[in-house]
Design a protein around this ligand. Structure first.
Ligand SMILES: O=C(O)CCC(=O)C(=O)O
Length: 276
């Protein structure tokens, strides 16, 4: 599958685009990312998950509420750790789908992967992504790409329909946030097969269920935001991405997001000790 073929394909149906705009989320319940392309992305992510203790500590999260051990590992900034992810058809498909639902050019603002192990009875608490970074309030479409079949047994995504103002949240465990005033009974559960995905806005309340299965529930999550750069700049950055070169401005963005380092100095996520 070439990038040109992906760009030519109509990834989403009109009713799916309309559903995203109405409800703030949509589930694409078919393998939009073909199996070989999915396997390629999975293998790159497996390599990142295979060396968790080599990562900057703050890039390794645990979404398991209140547990001392790392039981629901999340690795953030996965495409910085493995830039070849940006050259995969899975990424192009996700990017194209996000652009379609928002109806505008998009850029990747953030990506992460969550490998929820089998037998982990924890939910990912309900939250709005905006709560993690209220200053970054741009039109957003986040693609939650299922690397395995995701269903109610192994913790697929669930959503409270509708985009809302930023609501109050409280911290759960080390790295998770939970919205106040909503619970699972307010949600719609969205199973998708491997290669299927959900799309959601940063204002849509969502979470995922426990993994009662025996296999890891693996997912790659890509947050795309409206892209206000000029067409020329977009093409230049895209050409870097296609060659697997991390786009330079992102390092500065990450440094400021973590409140450390300056334009010249190394931010502390690059130098600090791992908390684990
Ligand atoms: O995969 C999950 O468990 C939840 C993902 C999620 O809530 C998010 O990416 O914001």
């Amino acid at each position: 599958l070439t990038r040109r073929e992906v760009l030519r394909r109509e990834m989403l149906r009109q009713d799916e685009i309309a559903a995203f705009r109405r409800d703030g989320y949509v589930a694409v319940g078919r393998p939009a990312v073909p199996a070989p392309a999915l396997a390629q992305a999975r293998s790159l992510l497996d390599q990142v998950f295979g060396r968790p203790h080599d990562l900057p500590g703050v890039w390794l999260h645990d979404l398991s509420p209140g547990k001392a051990d790392l039981t629901v590992p999340e690795i953030i900034n996965t495409s910085h750790l493995e830039p070849r992810l940006l050259t995969t058809p899975a990424y192009w498909i996700a990017s194209r789908a996000a652009a379609r639902v928002l109806g505008m050019p998009v850029r990747l603002a953030f990506d992460h992967a969550i490998f929820k192990p089998g037998g982990v009875g924890d939910r990912t608490p309900l939250h709005q992504d905006l709560a993690f970074n209220p200053a970054a309030d741009l039109p957003t479409a986040t693609v939650w790409l299922a690397l395995v079949d995701a269903n109610t047994d192994n913790g697929c995504m669930c959503f409270v329909p509708g985009e809302r103002e930023l609501l109050s949240h409280h911290r759960v465990g080390r790295d998770a946030l939970q919205v106040d005033g909503f619970s699972e009974i307010d949600t719609v559960t969205c199973p998708v097969p491997a290669g299927g995905f959900t799309l959601h806005s940063h204002r849509t309340i969502h979470g995922s269920g426990p993994n009662y299965g025996s296999e890891v529930r693996a997912t790659w999550i890509m947050k795309f935001v409206a892209d206000s750069r000029s067409r020329k700049r977009r093409l230049w950055e895209r050409s870097l991405e296609l060659r697997g070169v991390p786009v330079p401005h992102r390092k500065a963005e990450l440094a400021s997001a973590f409140g450390a380092g300056g334009a010249d100095g190394d931010p502390d996520w690059a130098t600090g000790p791992s908390p684990l």
